[in-house]
Design a protein around this ligand. Structure first.
Ligand SMILES: Cc1cc2nc3c(=O)[nH]c(=O)nc-3n(C[C@H](O)[C@H](O)[C@H](O)COP(=O)(O)OP(=O)(O)OC[C@H]3O[C@@H](n4cnc5c(N)ncnc54)[C@H](O)[C@@H]3O)c2cc1C
Length: 400
């Protein structure tokens, strides 16, 4: 029996797969036959996405909370600011999955299948998806968000992990200011890593409090809870609370390239497609932007466009330099972020992390951090890039 032919196969129905099909149809591609595959029904509250954004975003109706003011606590410095035109926003995955499921019910061109995907590959001018139970699907293009091969440590690239435990806590007394989100609170022992807590108040009695570490390896699981409990007691001065929800996550922070796809007809998206910003772990908004670009390119040309590798812009160098500084310990993470927030308006820092600054603003950001440490790290990055370029040239030489 011939396998069914689709226009687009989308493997993985998490943030990236769901966002992509949403943007495809919103771009008017409702005449394309799309198949969305995931091994799980995606109904749970498995993560919370936070990001800053100016104006109204694609998923504004399901923004669970947003804050116009942020706070930062660093080394000998703290501040609270209004961040207009930005707001810091929170979307709970449970709301996102529910919203998408209801929306998908009204999209006759998109089919959903529950299946464990084994392979996604190019076969001539087609993409082919094979499932573990032997099903085969063919399409003109496949967009894959399954991380089949998580990035491994490689010489000459940086590799840190951002790992965190978050609790939604509820307190009997009024404990939080719902107007202010604490983006980073470094008033915790650093243990030679970069460690901070963020506190996102849901109302006066409850907040998501998350203990976050940037380091090469995970901690024993019980340590996260211990550090989180001490922070709640010592910095928030809260003695009694209930934990209503828990989330644990690990996000790779690496400048190693993620493969663009599996051959010409398979395009990787989401974390698997390199959408995670190496120096911060923020991914959700980058997924939205990439999905919109793919949808617009497909609409305009029928082709998803060139792989817009995050590794080519000047921000890729800034990411590598920051990872270099953090990984080598040339400067402590707490010091770097304190310098950034104490010497720049927060909007400039957010714009920079959002890769939206002018070269003049970049210079101001660069002159606000520990210059000798960053000059050394930049020189080291220049050397690493030369070594990689020579390596590539060597591999490309005829007969080599
Ligand atoms: C706990 C947590 C919190 C995060 N918080 C933030 C945040 O606040 N802000 C931010 O910007 N980023 C955040 N991130 C990073 C990033 O936004 C998320 O990881 C995001 O979900 C990545 O989207 P994705 O589609 O690439 O991966 P996922 O959302 O993980 O989707 C991948 C999908 O593939 C499916 N799948 C996997 N293997 C198979 C298989 N073999 N067959 C079929 N299906 C398969 C999975 O079931 C899943 O649905 C967070 C990450 C985690 C883990």
């Amino acid at each position: 029996m011939p396998s069914p032919r689709y226009d687009y196969l989308v493997t993985g129905a998490g943030a990236a797969g769901l966002s992509l099909v949403y943007h495809l149809n919103r771009a008017g591609l409702t005449d394309r036959r799309i198949l969305l595959l995931d091994r799980a029904p995606k109904t749970g509250d498995d993560r919370t996405w936070c990001f800053w954004e100016a104006g109204v975003g694609a998923f504004e109706p399901i923004v669970f909370r947003s804050w116009e003011r942020i706070a930062f606590y660093g080394e000998g410095f703290s501040g609270t600011w209004a961040i207009a035109p930005y707001r810091y926003k929170m979307i709970r995955s449970v709301d996102f999955y529910r919203f998408m499921s209801a929306w998908l019910d009204d999209q006759p061109n998109i089919e959903r299948e529950l299946a464990e995907v084994a392979h996604v590959e190019s076969d001539g001018d087609e993409a082919v998806v094979r499932t573990r139970d032997g099903r085969v699907y063919r399409g003109a293009w496949a967009f894959n968000s399954i991380l089949f091969d998580p990035p491994a440590r490689q010489p000459d690239y940086h590799f840190l992990l951002q790992h965190f435990l978050g609790w939604v806590i509820r307190t009997p007394q009024r404990s939080f200011d719902p107007q202010v989100a604490t983006l980073m609170d470094f008033r915790v022992a650093q243990f030679d890593d970069a460690r901070f807590v963020y506190v996102l108040p849901l109302d006066e009695h409850s907040a998501l409090v998350e203990y976050t570490v940037f380091s090469p390896a995970l901690l024993p699981r019980e340590e996260y809870g211990r550090h989180l409990a001490s922070y709640i007691a010592e910095q928030l001065h809260i003695a009694t609370f209930d934990v209503q929800h828990e989330e644990f996550g690990v996000i790779p922070m690496t400048d190693a390239p993620f493969p663009a796809g599996q051959g010409g007809r398979v395009i990787n998206i989401g974390t698997a497609g390199g959408c995670t910003k190496p120096s911060t772990g923020y991914t959700f908004l980058r997924i939205q932007r990439r999905s919109q670009r793919i949808a617009q390119a497909l609409k305009a040309t029928g082709h998803p466009g060139a792989y817009d590798s995050p590794g080519r812009s000047r921000y890729a160098l800034f990411d590598s330099v920051l990872l270099n500084v953090l990984e080598s310990g040339r400067a402590q993470g707490r010091r770097v972020f304190t310098d950034l927030f104490s010497r720049n308006p927060p909007q400039r820092v957010l714009r920079f992390l959002d890769e939206d600054t002018t070269p003049a603003e970049d210079l101001r950001i660069m002159s606000s951090v520990d210059i000798p440490a960053f000059v050394e790290a930049t020189a080291d990055e220049g050397r690493r890039r030369l070594v990689r370029a020579w390596g590539r040239r060597g591999r490309l030489k005829p007969g080599s």
